[in-house]
Design a protein around this ligand. Structure first.
Ligand code: FO1
Length: 315
């Protein structure tokens, strides 16, 4: 069994490669829920949905989120009414949030609703939210914004979407993590995996929330020799999103060596892009074996080629 640690779009692309070289039934994806939020009374799980839509072949490749060929009638009407329309929920996407919210309100856990959506979308891969409990990424802003003075703590999507992740950050925390319990199957999957792949997701706001759930990090440390990560940083920059800036703002070197340093306690191998070949020794100086491969996932074929290399890396 193959287990992947996942955020949003980078993980979705990695998984779309993996399912081309391994049976989806062999893959269990443990997914971040720190980006989740309640808006218009609806429970939105962006990373779970990005992965589901991608594996179902419904994803919008231009935005990296939402459904291809969306219509926006509800958002347009909401904007007419003066309602909140900064976080754009397409008409088709809304069905997912309505379905999930209704089931959660009836008392079902997020893991069960997620499994049902994945089955109905026929994605094959087992998707496990890292926890069924409430875990929310909170961001402290280093500068004044429309949301408050410097030092204001905001919800993740306020930082990411409302403020276009354009404001420096001085702290990140994962509200609820300490009392969260790992979701059903999460620790078992980590203990039994033949290989654990860390997708090229943001180390600070996609992977760190997974590690903040009790026992996840300790279990990963005990399986370190099985853990292979793909760097989300290429040539000192994030391929998408603010990973490079967040790393720098929070005191890490925004390079493959910085990723190696963050992951070294629980990752034994880091796959870096060919553009970073010169940093192989710097990665290995962190105590992490370094493998060089083309890591830019800009087509399904390239994603499959990377997936094959990650699966073939000797461990
Ligand atoms: N990202 C945006 O930049 N703008 C949006 O309006 C937006 C809406 C949205 C709706 C549903 C969903 O599942 C994701 C959405 N995202 C949007 C993406 C999301 O904010 C980020 O991709 C993740 O949370 C970061 O991984």
């Amino acid at each position: 069994m193959l287990v992947t640690l996942c955020g949003g779009v980078g993980a979705a692309r990695m998984l779309s490669g993996l399912v081309r070289v391994v049976s989806p039934r062999e893959i269990t994806a443990i997914v971040n829920v720190g980006d989740d939020m309640v808006l218009h009374g609806l429970h939105i799980s962006p990373d779970l949905d990005t992965i589901t839509y991608t594996l179902a072949g419904m994803d919008n490749r231009e935005t990296g989120w939402g459904i291809a060929g969306e219509s926006w009638t509800v958002m347009e009407e909401l904007a007419e009414l003066g309602g909140q329309s900064w976080f754009r929920l397409g008409d088709r996407d809304l069905a997912t949030h309505l379905f999930r919210t209704e089931r959660l309100r009836a008392g079902e856990p997020l893991s069960a609703v997620t499994a049902d959506i994945a089955a109905r979308r026929q994605i094959g891969v087992q998707l496990l939210p890292v926890t069924d409990d409430t875990l929310r990424t909170r961001i402290t802003l280093a500068e004044a914004t429309e949301l408050g003075p410097a030092g204001t703590e905001v919800a993740f999507q306020d930082y990411f979407v409302r403020l276009h992740h354009g404001v420096p950050v001085c702290a990140v925390r994962f509200e609820g993590a300490q009392s969260a319990r790992p979701g059903p199957g999460v620790l078992g999957a980590l203990r039994e995996a033949d290989r654990i792949i860390v997708c090229p997701s943001n180390p600070i706001v996609s992977i760190a929330p997974l590690l903040a759930v009790p026992d996840v990090l300790d279990t990963l440390k005990s399986r370190r020799d099985r853990v292979v990560a793909v760097s989300p940083i290429v040539a000192g920059a994030a391929l998408k999103g603010p990973a490079d800036r967040l790393m720098a703002e929070l005191g890490s070197d925004p390079s493959v060596a910085g990723v190696a340093r963050l992951y070294a306690p629980w990752v034994s191998t880091l796959v870096i892009d060919e553009a970073d070949r010169d940093l192989t020794q710097a990665v290995e100086a962190e105590g992490v074996r370094c493998v060089v491969a083309p890591t830019i996932l800009d087509s399904p074929g390239r994603a499959a080629a990377l997936a094959k290399q990650v699966i073939d890396v000797g461990i």
